[in-house]
Design a protein. Structure first.
Length: 333
């Protein structure tokens, strides 16, 4: 390098400018804290095709991997609450009926069709409920009493339910307590009867402070983003027994969203306040241990990633960003 910067009368001022710029890039690469780490995802800048379709705060996103659809829940006055896109980013349609303040959203596929589940944390006549819709927005099922916040003494009376996860069998998991009086994880049968319920307000084993997201892995375990306690707690899906927790990766900010990659090797976690997606190594079986970050995606300031979802066919990750008021798509490399 020293030879290259020695004076050369044939070099123009522009040549020197390019060289200095290149040397700064080399320096940045050399001192990168992630030097040697393999990049796992890249941003798909072509998704969506028309970003102006986002007209409110984009709180949640759900992928229908079977039919190649992406559902986005947004909030705001006089805006459609649910937007539907193709996996290629084309806006298809929207719907608004009986949705007040969407918080979490999930697509459930069966052999006979698909449906969209939404947790509504509104305080009006539609709020404090978990609702099932057809893909075109027809209301099919309501869990909870619309407009009435309930205590944890009644299983199907919610207070700002945060998110829902539905297995192929139709069994339902709900984390109830996005700042309300409830701090619990509830499992329901396919006919919406309580199988088990766990959790109370606190920081002890099995307790929660704002349980914010829930997902199920391929090994019979339920993973909950215990946001206020800055940890992830893990439970046996059959019994509700506590299996372990992860806290070592969340000293800067608690987990907001948890979703597994398509191969279940990694857990993707959104951290809203530090604008970051953390990709953690998932233990296949046995001891939960503690978390290990294998990669991270640092988003722009004030992006505020709230919820993520994964296309279980392509592996693409979709991120609902409150601050940026958009959903972004990341493609696995």
């Amino acid at each position: 390098l020293s030879a290259a910067v020695s004076f050369d009368p044939t070099l123009t001022e522009f040549d020197y400018y390019i060289f200095i710029l290149y040397s700064q890039v080399l320096k940045a690469q050399y001192f990168s804290p992630w030097k040697g780490e393999q990049q796992m995802y890249k941003l798909d800048i072509s998704w969506p095709k028309t970003p102006e379709d986002f007209t409110g705060q984009t709180f949640c996103v759900a992928v229908d991997s079977l039919h190649g659809l992406v559902y986005v829940g947004q909030r705001g006055d006089n805006v459609p609450k649910v937007l539907v896109f193709s996996k290629d980013g084309y806006f298809l349609h929207s719907w608004n009926d009986t949705v007040e303040m969407p918080h979490g959203i999930f697509v459930w596929n069966t052999e006979t069709g698909s449906s969209v589940w939404i947790t509504d944390v509104g305080t009006g006549k539609y709020g404090h409920t978990v609702k099932q819709y057809s893909p075109l927005g027809k209301l099919l099922q309501v869990l909870g009493t619309p407009g009435n916040a309930g205590s944890s003494l009644i299983p199907l009376q919610f207070d700002q339910p945060a998110e829902i996860f539905v297995e192929e069998t139709g069994e339902v998991y709900v984390v109830d307590g996005d700042g309300g009086m409830n701090n619990r994880l509830l499992k329901l049968s396919d006919d919406y009867k309580e199988i088990w319920l766990t959790g109370s307000n606190g920081s002890g084993i099995g307790q929660f402070k704002i349980p914010h997201s829930v997902t199920v892995d391929a090994f019979g375990r339920v993973w909950v983003a215990d946001r206020g306690n800055k940890r992830i707690q893990v439970f046996d899906k059959a019994t509700g027994e506590w299996l372990g927790s992860w806290s070592g990766c969340f000293s800067e900010d608690g987990p907001y969203s948890v979703r597994f990659t398509a191969d279940y090797k990694y857990l993707i976690v959104a951290q809203l306040n530090i604008n970051r997606l953390a990709i953690l190594a998932a233990p296949p079986v046995g001891s939960i241990g503690d978390c290990v970050v294998v990669h991270s995606i640092q988003l722009a300031d004030e992006t505020k990633p709230h919820f993520v979802d994964v296309d279980m066919k392509s592996g693409a990750v979709y991120v609902a960003e409150i601050g940026a008021q958009q959903v972004q798509k990341y493609i696995p490399l």
